[in-house]
Design a protein around this ligand. Structure first.
Ligand code: ADP
Length: 177
């Protein structure tokens, strides 16, 4: 079964089968990690995204990686936090699940997730991290192709949250790429 890793870095630098983008429903780019991914991938990514007809919240769609070191980008649309009673936790769970279903279909071996919804969408960070780790752990047995799942934290704060969630196995905290 795949190993879970946590790293603090820029997700656009990772050489993995797929990086996940915290996209919006248009899939046509935005701020935060979405902007960084489109900037690094180049206009080919925008052109492919424009053919996808957007994406519902809680769902995900895959494209090629273009100028990124990653082979693919899985664009997941996380929920905007609106107080927690608008199905936000289930929608966030669904994002992680859909990404791993796509990883299974495409037989990906390495995938890297950003902290979906915890930036501009304001999902509380600890709650989001718990959902991310739990959902990935639940799904892993059904995605046999995966060797490594990386949780990519841009901020020290998120890095520490994920480290403490995964601290039962300290080796998981070592950068791998
Ligand atoms: P959302 O709209 O889903 O909240 P954001 O891009 O605003 O998306 O933030 C999601 C997370 O991605 C935040 O934790 C933010 O710190 C992080 N982030 C921003 N830029 C990068 C990057 N280049 N690599 C990895 N994570 C990033």
């Amino acid at each position: 079964m795949a190993t879970l890793k946590v790293v603090q870095c820029d997700i656009t630098k990772l050489q993995v089968d797929a990086i996940v983008n915290a996209a919006n429903q248009t899939l046509l780019g935005g701020g935060g990690v979405d902007g960084a991914i489109h900037h690094a991938a180049g206009t080919g990514l925008f052109a492919e995204c424009a053919t996808l007809d957007g994406c519902a919240t809680g769902d995900a769609k895959i494209t090629k990686g273009y100028n990124l070191p990653a082979k693919h980008v899985i664009h997941a649309v996380g929920p905007v936090w609106r107080g927690g009673d608008k199905d936000e936790p289930n929608l966030l769970r669904s994002c992680y699940r859909r990404c791993l279903e796509i990883a299974r279909e495409k037989e990906l071996t390495t995938i890297a997730f950003p902290c979906i919804s915890t930036g501009i969408y304001h999902f509380p960070k600890e709650h989001a991290a718990r959902i991310a780790v739990e959902t990935v752990q639940e799904m892993l047995p059904s995605v046999p192709s995966l060797d490594v799942v990386v949780f990519v934290c841009f901020s020290r704060n998120n890095f520490e949250i994920y480290q403490s969630l995964l601290e039962r196995d300290k080796d998981n905290a070592e950068p791998v790429f």
